[in-house]
Design a protein around this ligand. Structure first.
Ligand code: NAP
Ligand code: ZN
Length: 352
């Protein structure tokens, strides 16, 4: 075991602050990574403030962060795919049982024993897992990914959650050329959803509550932009969508979007507002519409997504910040004031 510098929160009401955490010594199966960049996902904020308490209570201290890109500093003797100096990435998961039907099918994200990168039981050291707001991490090589060399590390980090969480449902529901696709909320997930849907060839419509994001939405790949507070603009799109991806982090009217689906259309929610949403039965039954959810993606699919982004030169639009600005970044995230993902330059931890 060794000590690593990190940023953690001591309680739901405490700010993030400098601390020191234990990391395991790498075993023969493990990869040790010096973290270069870590994206800030809204899930970090939900967890730090214990907003998902009813579903998954936060254990303190918490070290969030699951959009990790770094350099391999050590690879165990059984690890063939990585060597010191390689660029490597870690996303939302660090372990799973490897034997259940979901794992065998490459869907570790649905394994009942999957361990998240932070706030899951740590089977190696006890306590809970600690995430990427840290100088280093040690992870089983099966959960470490390769980053295409043409992608810049700061912008590639958010692909590990925002990228795969939007890519996976779009592939599952057949987003492709000829399909009309809506993306609700232009934040970290939403802006990746727009880039990916555009690269898949779909006609992309962005729904935003922020009129000042209109030009950006177009630049990111949207064909049309709707300010969702404008009822007339919404009405123009009634019953026309094949697929809508909802990335909103707070309470909102889901029926307004279900009514925009055509017959047999699907709305997938990936945003995780803490409180239940009220779904109108009529919005679904009258056009045989479906409403579903999606949880990140499996490791195989995450690598597929990274390779897809490498091929299409897709990274997140990032605002790079030092770790010392993380509390300010959280406040801005709550105001939908991020264009479009914060990426923490982990070199800033060295001065702590
Ligand atoms: P984010 O960057 O904060 O983006 C959320 C966007 O939602 C905002 O930019 C805003 O877009 C819109 N929004 C915020 N409050 C709203 C409100 N009251 N009404 C309507 N729209 C609102 O967050 P993120 O990192 O993309 O994460 C989004 C959600 O996905 C979070 O709940 C997160 O926990 C969840 N998540 C789920 C998974 C999964 O596997 N399912 C993975 C990662 C994250 P506009 O300004 O354009 O309106
Ligand atoms: Zn995330």
């Amino acid at each position: 075991m060794y000590k690593a510098k990190a940023y953690s929160a001591a309680s739901a009401k405490s700010p993030m602050a400098s601390s020191s955490i234990p990391r395991r010594d790498p075993s023969e199966q493990d990869v040790q990574i010096e973290i270069l960049f870590c994206g800030i996902c809204h899930s970090d904020l939900h967890s730090v403030r214990d907003e998902w308490n009813e579903f998954t209570p936060t254990v303190y201290p918490i070290v969030p962060g699951h959009e990790i890109v770094g350099r391999v500093t050590k690879a165990g003797s059984a690890v063939k795919q990585f060597k010191p100096g390689d660029l490597a990435a870690v996303g939302c998961m660090v372990d799973s049982d490897g034997t259940c039907p979901e794992c065998r099918a490459g869907r570790e994200n649905f394994c009942p024993n999957m361990a998240l990168t932070f706030n899951s039981p740590d089977t190696h050291l006890g306590g809970v897992t600690y995430g990427g707001y840290s100088e280093s991490i040690v992870v089983d090589h099966k959960f470490v990914l390769h980053v295409p060399s043409n992608l810049n590390p700061a912008g590639a980090a958010p692909l590990l959650c925002a990228g795969i969480t939007t890519y996976s449902p779009m592939r599952h529901w057949g987003v492709a050329k000829g399909k009309k696709v809506g993306v609700v909320g232009l934040g970290g997930l939403g802006h990746m959803g727009v880039k990916i849907a555009h690269a898949l060839g779909a006609h992309v419509v962005v729904f935003t509550t922020s009129p000042n994001k209109k030009e950006d939405a177009q630049r990111l790949g949207a064909d049309e932009i709707v300010v969702s507070k404008n009822a007339d603009e919404m009405l123009k799109h009634a019953e026309s969508f094949d697929f809508i991806l909802d990335t909103v982090s707070a309470d909102h009217d889901i029926n307004a979007y279900l009514n925009l689906l055509r017959r047999d259309g699907n709305l997938t929610i990936v945003g995780a507002p803490p409180k239940p949403l009220g779904v109108s039965a009529f919005a679904l039954i009258m056009r045989r519409r479906s409403f579903s959810g999606s949880n990140i993606g499996g490791i195989r699919e995450t690598q597929e997504m990274l390779d897809f982004c490498g091929k299409h030169n897709i990274t997140a639009d990032v605002e790079i910040i030092p770790i010392q600005k993380v509390n300010e970044a959280y406040e801005r995230l709550l105001k939908s004031d991020v264009k479009y993902r914060f990426s923490i330059d982990m070199a800033s931890l060295k001065s702590e």
